[in-house]
Write a protein that binds this ligand. Structure first.
Ligand code: 0O2
Length: 203
């Protein structure tokens, strides 16, 4: 096995560890609160093509050392929730896990990106057990609402369509407007959900 295959195998183990831990945390949350805040979970290992493109974007040579030292999102896991408070509940649940070490938090919900992108990101380390030794591999966890996920997926498709070319201003402006509309919708849905809790109690 060459260097890169060995590294990718470690990321594969890390992804499995993280998937299992996240699955357990969500099930525990659901059984404690009688409510599952998660709509769906998706995970992936970054493709070799995307890894190379990201290194080039960061002005780094395509080497295994640079992959290990500079890329923290080879393992990616996305947790899509129903409402904004669910996102923070899941962040708090993950923060309490002894098997996930949080290195960095980026709250793009409180402070969306210039593009309009909203999501909560955690850069974490997960342990993998190899030949009697423990090693830690990095991963990126993105936690967002269904509405934020819808916007991000449309934005991603548009970026792919323009592939490295500048996205026209009018397209960017429209997208930004939609991100604000989605944020308003998320807030309204959250308020409606709070209202429903009051009615649930009365029945
Ligand atoms: P892919 O192919 O989705 O994995 P980094 O570039 O990761 O070293 P940065 O920019 O601080 O550092 O990371 P950030 O902002 O946390 O973004 C990392 C990931 O978030 C991206 O990974 C995207 O998945 C997602 N993301 C960030 N901004 C946007 C956006 O404007 N639109 C959409 N659709 N997704 C976004 P990659 O590797 O860029 O892409």
């Amino acid at each position: 096995m060459n260097d890169i295959d060995e590294i990718m195998e470690k990321y594969q183990f890390g992804k499995q560890m993280l998937e299992t831990e996240i699955d357990i945390l969500i099930k525990e949350f659901a059984s404690t609160h009688g409510y599952n805040p998660v709509e769906h979970v998706k995970s992936r290992i970054k493709s070799k093509k995307s890894i190379n493109e990201k290194l080039v974007r960061k002005n780094l040579a395509i080497t295994t050392v640079n992959i290990v030292n500079h890329l923290v999102d080879i393992i990616g896991i996305r947790i899509v929730c129903s409402f904004i408070p669910d996102v923070y509940d899941i962040v708090s649940t993950i923060s309490q896990s002894k098997n996930i070490i949080i290195k960095e938090r980026k709250d793009y919900i409180a402070s969306p990106k210039k593009s309009g992108y909203s999501s909560y990101h955690l850069i974490v380390f997960v342990p993998i057990y190899l030949k009697g030794k423990v090693e830690y591999v990095p991963a990126e966890i993105q936690i967002r609402t269904v509405a934020m996920d819808f916007w991000a997926s449309l934005d991603h498709k548009i970026q792919y369509k323009f592939e490295g070319n500048t996205i026209p201003d009018e397209v960017e402006e429209e997208l930004y407007k939609y991100s604000r509309a989605i944020n308003e919708l998320d807030t309204r849905m959250m308020n409606l959900n709070e209202l429903m809790k009051k009615y649930k109690k009365e029945f």
